[in-house]
Design a protein around this ligand. Structure first.
Ligand code: BEZ
Length: 234
């Protein structure tokens, strides 16, 4: 274990840089993704059932993420030939929940040295010392980490939630707002605190289309059409 660089990148950090071999050729991360959102995610192992269900689901949603200018990049500590064989098996043999003939077109990184997994805190020895946990890094077009989520080996991710995270981050950036619990496009958004957006009196009187529950908690409506036409590609 010489020169093993283990780190836990945090929200607001620059995404750690690396070069890697993937099922779609070599990549230089994150510079190859400059100008796009990207989800870098790890899975424990090829040819395992939870990971297979996840890959089929994520691959089926790739166009939906692309419309939100968001690319996908997977990683496990398996080798390239294992990745290729597993993805071919998924395409040729697996039919699951109405998904079949699923082609995984996004890159899957081989990381047999665990270099990238260690850089991104994907190896969590309390869970497994030989497999990466299910990590998710949502990285913005400037290469800044905006969301980090870790799941244990046994728990498949909710990809609708990951899509919601991307849309919520983009909405927060585009409209200078925050998004409340369970927000989805079309739901009211949270306006910034008093001082940055109207006085406390204005806010309590409901000016500027705001609805205030108290001086510190105000929302305003932004239609689903406005949100989606602003953040999704035409
Ligand atoms: C799975 O993807 O099914 C899995 C992988 C590693 C450990 C447990 C489950």
């Amino acid at each position: 274990m010489e020169n093993v660089h283990v780190s836990m990148p945090r929200i607001g950090d620059h995404a750690p840089e690396f070069k890697a071999v993937t099922t779609q050729g070599d990549i230089n991360f994150p510079s190859d993704y400059s100008g796009s959102w990207v989800i870098l995610f790890s899975h424990p192992a090829d040819f395992t059932p939870v990971c297979t269900s996840e890959f089929m689901t994520f691959a089926s949603m790739e166009d939906q993420f692309a419309q939100a200018n968001c690319k996908l990049v997977g990683l496990s500590v398996d080798g390239l030939y294992s990745h290729i064989a597993w993805l071919r098996t998924i395409k040729e043999k697996i039919e699951y929940k109405g998904m079949k003939d699923v082609e995984v077109k996004f890159p899957l990184i081989e990381d047999i040295t665990m270099e990238v997994a260690n850089k991104y805190g994907m190896m969590q020895p309390g869970e497994s010392s030989t497999k990466a946990v299910r990590a998710v890094f949502v990285i913005d077009p400037k290469g800044i980490i905006r969301t980090v989520i870790y799941y244990p080996l046994s728990l498949g991710r909710n990809f609708d939630e990951l899509y919601r995270v991307v849309l919520a981050l983009q909405t927060a950036d585009a409209f200078s707002v925050a998004t409340p619990a369970d927000w989805r496009p079309g739901d009211a958004v949270i306006v910034p605190p008093a001082g940055s957006c109207g006085t406390a009196k204005d806010r309590m009187e409901g000016k500027d289309d705001m609805k205030c529950y108290d001086w510190f908690f105000c929302t305003k409506e932004i239609s689903k059409e406005k949100v989606l036409s602003t953040i999704l590609k035409k």
